[in-house]
Design a protein around this ligand. Structure first.
Ligand code: OGA
Ligand code: MN
Length: 242
């Protein structure tokens, strides 16, 4: 069953896509991480100038905790190895450029529950770093064409738990997070080729995320040319109650 993918999400109305009641992220009920969590590089996150330092400082501190970028998480060899395994599946599919109001344009995707051992160790590293709870058994592979982009959305809470971790391959990209009710509260994340990002808590539930395309793909006023981009996405399993 293809539950977590955009093929599923794009069949939701945009309304239900955005208005699903996000559960509050509760740090109190989280089990303590078994290994110390590494910190991402804060230089890859840029709070928008519209978010003044005096506006919601606690939320600012929370989002800087809950959205982390780890540049160079995979080596060139690891990137090539992951792509060698994934390409045969992806190349069989056409990119979908659908109706203008779909949440994503110019994509093809697949899910995998089994990887070759040399690639499984990379995913195990992602899991060790990003997750303290179970992940979904399927890893989601999302291939965006150079002209593809993802519109602002919040991943459906029914099909995805607290944490989303993405390994970025083939091209750098810029992700924009925007508070679902207060558009001035926004940030950009530079997702370089071979970076990992980890989104959780307020970043996952209270902010929309979008992968920018075309002219909008900018970081600190400089264009970030978007070529074809492949994201390998691990997600936490939703709690049974949701
Ligand atoms: C998604 C998504 C982001 C990415 O598939 O829901 O937001 O990095 N993907 O491709
Ligand atoms: Mn998403």
């Amino acid at each position: 069953m293809r539950l977590l993918t955009f093929s599923f999400l794009k069949n939701c109305t945009l309304k239900s896509f955005f208005n699903g009641k996000p559960r509050k992220y509760s740090r109190v009920t989280q089990t303590e991480p078994k290994i110390p969590q590494l910190k991402g590089d804060p230089n890859y996150i840029e709070i928008s100038p519209t978010w003044g330092t005096d506006i919601k400082p606690e939320l600012r501190a929370a989002i800087l905790q809950d959205m982390q970028v780890y540049p160079g998480f995979v080596t060139e060899e690891e990137e090539a190895s992951l792509l060698a395994e994934l390409e045969p599946y992806l190349k069989r599919m056409r990119y979908e450029f659908d109706h203008w109001d779909d949440a994503i344009q110019g994509f093809r995707e697949t899910e995998r529950s089994q990887f070759k051992p040399e690639n499984q160790v990379i995913l195990d590293r992602v899991k060790a770093l990003a997750f303290t709870t179970d992940t979904l058994p399927h890893v989601h592979v999302l291939d965006l064409a150079a002209a593809g982009f993802i519109k602002p959305h919040i991943d459906a809470v029914r099909f995805c738990g607290d944490v989303i971790a993405g390994v970025c391959l083939c091209s750098s990209a810029v992700m924009r997070l925007e508070h679902q009710h207060e558009p001035a509260l926004a940030l950009h994340a530079l997702l370089e080729r071979r970076a990992l990002y980890v989104m959780k808590g307020v970043a996952r539930y209270e902010f929309t995320h979008a992968v920018l395309g075309g002219e909008r793909s900018q970081w600190r006023h400089r264009p970030v040319p978007r070529r074809r981009r492949v994201a390998v996405l691990c997600r936490a399993r939703p709690e049974p109650s949701s």
